[in-house]
Design a protein around this ligand. Sequence first.
Ligand SMILES: C[C@](O)(CO)[C@H](O)COP(=O)(O)OP(=O)(O)OC[C@H]1O[C@@H](n2ccc(N)nc2=O)[C@H](O)[C@@H]1O
Ligand SMILES: Nc1ncnc2c1ncn2[C@@H]1O[C@H](COP(=O)(O)OP(=O)(O)OP(=O)(O)O)[C@@H](O)[C@H]1O
Length: 307
Amino acid sequence: MKSELVLPAPAKLNLFLHITGRRPDGYHALQTLFQFLDYGDELGFSLQDSLALECNLPELVNDDNLVLKAARLLQKETGTKQGARIRLNKRLPMGGGVGGGSSDAATTLLGLNELWNLQLSEMQLAELGLKLGADVPVFVRGFAAFAEGVGEVLTPACPPECWYLVLVPDCHVNTVKMYAHRELTRDTPAIKVCAALETYEEQRRHNLLHNDFEPLVRRLYPEVETCIQLLDNAGNSSIGQAMMSGSGACVFAPFASREQAEAAQATISSDTGSEVVSFVARGVNTSPLHRTLQNLQAVHQLEACTT
Ligand SMILES: C[C@](O)(CO)[C@H](O)COP(=O)(O)OP(=O)(O)OC[C@H]1O[C@@H](n2ccc(N)nc2=O)[C@H](O)[C@@H]1O
Ligand SMILES: Nc1ncnc2c1ncn2[C@@H]1O[C@H](COP(=O)(O)OP(=O)(O)OP(=O)(O)O)[C@@H](O)[C@H]1O
């Protein structure tokens, strides 16, 4: 049995998201704060001659899957003839605003870089990642960050690593459609990075953070509006406002402890007859992907020393 490299593909939250303009190429200029969650998909990589994807959701096995796109891009850029069997265990909601597809792509870039011994740097992989999607670079770099540009200009950040209750509204929000929507706010004034990071906690305490997609998505998708209200009503121990992540649909509220987040989750479950899908996860400033890769490297070094 060939050995498999098993790696996490964590979710992200946008702790705030400002759209500050529209570029000539149609993409939008953003200012956003990314933090990872210790919850996400899982991928397994093993060597074989050709490239093949397996997934617990068979409908995701197609040429548009970002995992296959990332693997092909890496083959093309490096000229490697190696293949891989890639196993994707999908747990993150799709069209959820928590970056599932982008995270899968980043984990594929880093995983195959290891498996195929390509020795590309993280910067090179982040540049490749940007060709796959604006959210991919932050997952490749693996540190919580204030992001500008289209989301790829990253300044490391350390927002508090609190616990989040994330609700998954029963709807898919299409990112492309939301960016193209006539009524989207695109003129939020740009802020200075240091000011944004220094005032983040205070702004959160005073419910001053915002996501420019949120008013539009709440209006268009009643499921999202309902979930925000559920969080607002159940989250009196929350340490900040209920907000939406990315272009939706997921909404979240921060808590000081896992117990408090789980208590709010239980209240919502009993109020709604367990109809609303949700999960509790910790916000982390180093990606679980990078922690796993560092641990693997430490094990390899130890093995090299003892043989
Ligand atoms: C909403 C966020 O998740 C916030 O982090 C991201 O901005 C979306 O990132 P993503 O899903 O990786 O987006 P991509 O796959 O690169 O782009 C999908 C489409 O969204 C629009 N798009 C995306 C990012 C951006 N800064 N401006 C845009 O206008 C473009 O129409 C693009 O064709
Ligand atoms: N590996 C993948 N996992 C999930 N979706 C994928 C994947 N590859 C391609 N897709 C396509 O991308 C679309 C958006 O998926 P994704 O889960 O990344 O959305 P999202 O969470 O809204 O992302 P973002 O926060 O970046 O907007 C899906 O509807 C699906 O068609």
